[in-house]
Design a protein around this ligand. Structure first.
Ligand code: HEM
Length: 398
């Protein structure tokens, strides 16, 4: 067996993640250096846990898809911790096959390509309605990017849209990356669990309708399992798309030529959404996995029990997989980006996200070809949270 301390690609430096320059449009230059010099390297998470950081496309793909890297082990007692908030057990992202396969089957019908594609006209209508609030001086995140996916996921799950202020008040702090905010993070997570617990109990009493939560109530999931599962769907189903809508618009406006090109050639939108997914990153380092046995990655042996973070953001900028990776090429093809993951944990909401992003951009480009940022986009503030994005995107209309 190789000794990791002397293996090529290994360095003894321990990097702190997320990097200090993580919250910005452009990826930290450290990613490119690591891909070249140390593709599997030691890193220290916010909580002080030492993990391996994997940066090249092929290696990231391996870690995401290979069952020897477990997500269930992340919630086991004594496991290294990546963030301040503790992941909930019994959710899709925190189970391994066969348990994961069993849980995923419960919702795969509701999120299937066919069922989700049928919602496209309704999503488009929502975009059109919300676009009426996109007025001069508005914050695009608040008036459009957040309400759209919240309304969509609430409707699909059977969560009251009117409760959005309430659960958003907890979602914001629950995924903070500030270790000093741990009590606030824990209180917010407790608030979310209590809220979802109440909703699930209410739905069980009310009997069946045709939303996803009702479908889940009819399964053998226990109350706690169902609450964790539903909470994950609610949060994963809006925080991601909301950040991406805002980041996509800002990225296109950052070099206005891209916005103008897409407005002139709307047929490019679906491909542009894929390229924007590759180009903008929701999280610098991704989700922690734990090796169940010794596994060699790029010549480094990751030992059983050790944590591994596979950086999707870095993989998506790897010149081994994408020519001119730092160029935004709206017509890029092929484009096998990893923004939605790969393997058994591939994003459940992938098609829903694609529809939201395509329709959101389509409507904004059509209605507001003259849209501009009210401030230079490079001066906008990024949120230091698990799933990152701009804190606001004030706009002006011409
Ligand atoms: C642009 C928007 C989105 C992006 C970039 C995104 C990205 C991802 C990625 C990278 C993963 C895999 C993580 C891993 O393997 O460690 C994932 C998983 C997941 N996503 Fe998304 N997502 C988006 C939108 C959504 C939406 C709208 C939903 C709605 C339900 C959703 C639900 C989920 C769930 C439940 C998982 C866990 C799947 C599993 O573990 O089997 N996501 N997402």
């Amino acid at each position: 067996m190789t000794d990791s301390a002397t293996t090529p690609g290994h360095t003894d430096d321990v990097l702190d993640i997320p990097f200090p320059d993580a919250f910005a449009f452009d990826p930290s230059p450290t990613w490119a250096r690591l891909r070249e010099e140390a593709p599997v390297v030691r890193a220290r998470t916010l909580t002080g846990a030492q993990v391996w950081l994997v940066t090249r496309y092929d290696d990231v793909k391996l870690v995401l898809a290979d069952p020897r890297f477990s997500r269930a082990a992340v919630v086991a007692a004594g496991a290294p911790q990546a963030g301040v908030s503790k992941p909930l057990p019994n959710t899709l992202p925190t189970t391994d096959p066969p348990e994961h396969t069993r849980l995923r089957k419960l919702v795969s019908g509701a999120f299937s390509h066919r069922r989700v594609e049928a919602t496209r006209p309704w999503v488009r209508e929502l975009c059109e309605e919300l676009a009426d609030d996109v007025v001069d001086g508005a914050d695009l995140r608040q008036v459009f990017a957040l309400p759209l996916p919240i309304q969509v996921i609430c409707t699909l799950l059977g969560v009251r849209y009117a409760d959005r202020e309430r659960f958003r008040g907890w979602v914001e702090p629950a995924y903070s990356l500030e270790v000093s905010e741990r009590p606030r993070v824990e209180a917010a997570m407790a608030g979310l669990l209590e809220y979802m617990g109440g909703l699930v109990a209410e739905k069980r009493r009310a009997g069946r309708s045709d939303d996803v939560l009702d479908e889940l109530c009819a399964t053998a999931l226990t109350h706690d399992e169902l609450v964790a599962f539903a909470l994950n769907l609610l949060v994963a189903g809006h925080e991601t798309s909301a950040n991406q809508i805002t980041s996509f618009v800002a990225t296109l406006l950052r070099d206005r030529w891209h916005w103008e090109r897409l407005a002139a050639e709307p047929g490019l939108v679906p491909g542009a959404v894929e390229e924007l997914m590759r180009f903008t990153r929701l999280s610098d380092v991704g989700q922690l996995r734990i090796a169940l046995e010794d596994v060699e990655v790029a010549g480094v042996v990751v030992r059983a029990g050790e944590g591994v973070m596979a950086s999707i953001g870095s993989a998506n900028r790897d010149p081994r997989a994408f020519p001119e990776p730092d160029e935004l090429d709206l017509a890029r093809t092929p484009n096998q980006h990893l923004a939605l993951g790969v393997g058994p944990h591939f994003c459940l909401g992938a098609q829903l996200a694609r529809i939201e992003l395509q329709e959101a951009l389509g409507v904004l480009l059509q209605r507001f070809p003259g849209l501009r940022p009210a401030r230079p986009v490079d001066e906008l503030v990024w949120r230091r949270v698990l799933v990152s994005g701009l804190a606001e995107l004030p706009i002006v209309l011409e």
